[in-house]
Write a protein that binds this ligand. Structure first.
Ligand code: DMJ
Length: 604
């Protein structure tokens, strides 16, 4: 035993044999204090660097290497679950093909990522593949389309509204997501230049060539997709990918396609789940997908409202991955049990199941699932039967469970089923007003005439939600009275009395006019347009308002949504065209995505 401070004597020779490094110790002891400190500091520095490197996300690259423009590469087996269907494409360049892979193991947990086996890979490719289309896929190459600008006073009025909105955006929010027209500043949601990209095709269709060229020049020099930002997969697809693809189809300019492809590549890791149901959000730089902070599930309408854009991207590039990823989600949801064709609004990307007891609605989080059943069927030249069948079933389900009449006037409206389908609520979001337009569109492709009759009634109800308010503008949500002897059909709670400049009713009016040629729909659209002019126009643009129930207390919310330029003003312009058909925008040739971006109809 020896105590603290005792000197210990060693057989140094023996120790030197056993622990030859002991000589290092002796050398260390012979160093000055300064030398020791220097070496210690260097070692700590090296340790810290190694630690940072190891804990860094591999997809964000090596220090000193500019990863800014780097896309996932099929060679990077360590970063993502990879599988890549054979496809050659001129846009791949040095970045390599996009990646997507599907782990079919049911027990897979978030983060459990493994490469697919050869058999799984082949099966995956088959699952999403549209028959006839294999290696010999024909790549669609658009010709530049010509639009000659407004042809009557009403179209001119809409163009000057657009110019007013665009001026405010150009002056105070140029290159940002949204204009705040009251405070004369901007708001960035995803930092993806949303208003600019959502507006490109509206600008083009209105014949505003100078504005189009200026926006394109800005995008060519400033638009980057490798931003370190979590974005919503659905919103980014419908607004940005949809906007870029549509600009490509109208202008024929390949710059827009290249950007759409870059975005498509960056979104693909979100689909890397057991059943292909994508995560709601993804970081466009780290390429890490994840659920939103408030919910572990994805939203049903979101995961089913990306297919038009992904398919179009495939048809334009020849890369099957995008269409396969979208088709896989639709095909999977097709197999799930529904309530007479109606779907709950949440679905798990982990197990691919609908969340039990979630609401069934044609409003927020449910709406465009139904819209894209029909529109995908149209886009594929009416060749994919299950889409048509699911759409027809869903309309029957709506009639059976969601359509009711209000008291005292008997307006047809669309309610919701809460608690997993057992509890009817007479509540209708403004968003539901996409439905008459979709029903009318279907009848151009042979859907039952009964759908048009329903559409006529529903668009009338939607119009009424505007007309009965003192401002002539609809609230975000309307409740309906079910009693025949009620005082009024409509009840608007103060929390629901805002108007976000949404397009759905104008959209529905355009489809109704296009299909029926009944000019009453143009008259109603003009009335609504006048109300926007009167109550939402401000010096530097148009603003959402907080209260449609008062003409003096409209409570401007200081935000101009990108869809006001992308959709609302576009549909207003279209409805005042002769017969509702603006130049080459014929509904037998184009299908509009849910953000009003026209995409071509294919024959399969
Ligand atoms: C748009 O972004 C799209 O139309 C989407 O499908 C739902 N809502 C907004 C506009 O209201």
């Amino acid at each position: 035993m020896f105590g603290y401070g005792d000197r210990v004597s060693y057989d140094t020779e023996a120790l030197r044999n056993i622990y030859p490094q002991k000589s290092l110790w002796r050398r260390w002891n012979s160093l000055s204090r300064f030398q020791k400190n220097l070496i210690s500091l260097t070692m700590v520095g090296v340790f810290v660097c190694v630690f940072i490197f190891v804990s860094m996300d591999m997809s964000s690259g090596l220090p000193g290497v500019n990863m800014a423009n780097r896309l996932p590469d099929w060679r990077d087996q360590n970063i993502l679950d990879l599988s890549y269907p054979n496809a050659s494409n001129k846009f791949l360049g040095p970045l390599g093909p996009p990646v997507v892979g599907f782990n079919k193991d049911e027990s897979v947990k978030r983060g459990d990522i493994r490469p697919l086996s050869r058999e799984e890979e082949e099966e995956q490719i088959r699952v999403g593949e549209i028959p006839q289309k294999k290696e010999d896929q024909v790549v669609s190459k658009p010709k530049k389309l010509m639009f000659s600008g407004p042809k009557n006073e009403k179209q001119e009025a809409v163009v000057s509204a657009f110019r007013h909105a665009w001026k405010g955006y150009s002056e105070y929010a140029w290159g940002h997501d949204h204009l705040k027209p009251v405070s004369r500043t901007y708001n960035d949601w995803f930092t993806l230049k949303l208003t600019m990209i959502d507006s490109l095709d509206t600008i083009y269709i209105m014949g505003l060539n100078e504005e189009f060229d200026k926006a394109k020049a800005h995008l060519q020099s400033e638009f980057r997709l490798d931003i370190n930002k979590d974005v919503n997969v659905f919103e980014t697809t419908i607004r940005v990918m949809g906007g870029l693809l549509s600009a490509y189809h109208l202008s024929g300019d390949e710059f827009f396609l290249e950007k759409a492809l870059d975005l498509g590549n960056r979104l693909m890791p979100a689909f890397n789940t057991a059943w292909g149901v994508p995560w709601a959000d993804i970081n466009l730089n780290t390429l890490k997908p994840h659920p939103p902070s408030w919910n572990s599930d994805s939203t049903t309408s979101e995961v089913t409202t990306i297919q038009l854009e992904l398919r179009d991207l495939t048809r334009c590039t020849g890369i099957n991955t995008f269409e396969n990823a979208g088709a896989k989600v639709s095909e999977h949801i097709h197999t799930l049990q529904k309530k007479d064709g109606l779907v709950p609004i949440f679905i798990s990307p982990m197990n691919g199941e609908f969340r039990k007891h979630s609401t069934i609605t044609l409003g927020a989080r449910g709406d465009s699932y139904y819209e894209y059943l029909l529109k995908q069927w149209i886009q594929t030249g009416m060749t994919v039967d299950y889409l048509k069948e699911d759409y027809i079933d869903s309309v029957s389900g709506m009639v059976k469970h969601l359509f009711k009449r209000s008291g005292p006037s008997g307006y047809l409206f669309v309610g919701e089923l809460a608690s997993g389908g057992s509890d009817f609520r007479p509540k209708m979001d403004h968003l539901v007003c996409f439905l008459p337009g979709t029903l009318a569109l279907g009848t151009l492709f042979g859907m039952p005439q009964e759908h048009l009759r329903l559409a006529e009634e529903l668009i009338h109800t939607c119009y009424k939600t505007y007309a009965i308010q003192p401002t002539g503008l609809a609230p975000e949500i309307t409740h309906f009275n079910l009693q025949k002897d009620a005082d009024s059909d409509f009840v608007v709670k103060s929390n629901d009395a805002h108007n976000l400049l949404r397009p759905e009713t104008i959209e529905g009016l355009w489809y109704m006019y296009y299909v029926t040629k009944n000019t009453t729909y143009q008259d109603w659209a003009w009335e609504i347009f006048q109300a926007f002019e009167k109550y939402t126009k401000v010096t530097h643009g148009y603003t959402s308002i907080g209260n449609v129930k008062s003409t003096t207390q409209t409570k401007p919310l200081d935000k101009m949504e990108s869809f006001f330029l992308g959709e609302t003003l576009k549909y207003l312009y279209l409805i005042f065209a002769d017969n509702g058909v603006e130049g080459p925008l014929d509904l037998n040739k184009f299908v509009f995505n849910t953000e009003a971006h026209p995409l071509p109809i294919y024959n399969s």
